[in-house]
Write a protein that binds this ligand. Structure first.
Ligand code: ZN
Ligand code: FE
Ligand code: FE
Ligand code: ZN
Length: 267
């Protein structure tokens, strides 16, 4: 059986296509054991275009989620998550959103350094304006901070600054180590985010060396397609499972209420 997909957006985010039901149907067609929606939560971020749901949209999103959860209860378990932009000082706001909407899990993501949305193609010039090593050390410093808040079940796209192909001279690992230790200590999982394969970098997040280091550090593992269209649900998951196994993982974390660890080879 394939893996559960916990990183899924929908048209509600404003920059993705497809109704929630279309994503669910795709997950069923692939035989996924469960799936979770992870809308970009309504938080203030320095981007002009629409990325996050508004508070009003959250209400409508929730209503539709609960309708689908009921309708598909006998077919596939649906989980209610959210992707939160972490920045120091946003902890209380994120916690409030989680409680208010009854979110069952949170993906902590860093898309912004200072006021620079570094993963947005429009702001790619920012890479030329800063030393690459500082970008990675600032970035993984924030990942470590996020892991220490105790708010997040997993970190999204763990080595995101590589998205357009920018890499530090000696690889990411030296910068990632402290973040991985914080994740292991806080029980914060890593996801194999398969969306990276379709970005300029052409590979999953995180890279193999970081995934292996996660495994050695005892960091738990989930899978996410970061879908922004229904056809992307579960993309490259067979390959992702092979990568996980070759990195030494034998189990994957279910974001069900029991937070079960299940066999990677399926259950
Ligand atoms: Zn998005
Ligand atoms: Fe993200
Ligand atoms: Fe996402
Ligand atoms: Zn994302």
């Amino acid at each position: 059986m394939p893996q559960a997909d916990y990183h899924i957006h929908t048209a509600w985010c404003g920059h993705a296509d497809g109704t929630m039901e279309e994503y669910v149907e795709q997950a069923i067609a692939l035989g996924l054991p469960e799936m979770g929606f992870s809308p970009h939560l309504p938080l203030e971020i320095p981007i002009e275009e629409k990325v996050c749901l508004t508070l009003e949209e959250m209400d409508a999103f929730l209503e539709e989620f609960h309708r689908l959860r009921k309708a598909y209860a006998a077919v596939i378990p649906l989980r209610l998550g959210g992707e939160a932009d972490f920045a120091p000082g946003t902890e209380n706001e994120i916690e409030r959103l989680k409680e208010r909407y009854g979110l069952e899990y949170l993906i902590g993501s860093i898309h912004i350094l200072g006021d620079w949305a570094f993963d947005h193609p429009k702001y790619i010039d920012g890479f030329a304006a800063r030393p690459i090593d500082r970008i990675y050390s600032d970035y993984f410093g924030l990942v470590a901070d996020a892991a220490k808040t105790g708010l997040f079940d997993l970190i999204g796209h763990l080595d995101l600054p590589k998205k357009f192909g920018h890499r530090p001279t000696n690889g990411c690992l030296p910068y990632a180590e402290r973040a991985l230790a914080a994740m292991a200590a806080g029980g914060v999982a890593v996801e194999i985010n398969t969306a990276g394969r379709d970005k300029p970098v052409g590979e999953f997040y995180p890279s193999r060396d970081i995934l292996e280091a996660c495994q050695r550090a005892g960091v738990k593992l989930t899978f996410g397609s970061d879908s922004h269209a229904p056809g992307q649900v579960g993309r490259y998951f067979d390959e992702a499972a092979d990568l996980a196994r070759s990195a030494g993982y034998t189990r994957t974390l279910r974001l069900n209420p029991e937070r079960e660890a299940v066999d990677l080879s399926g259950s």
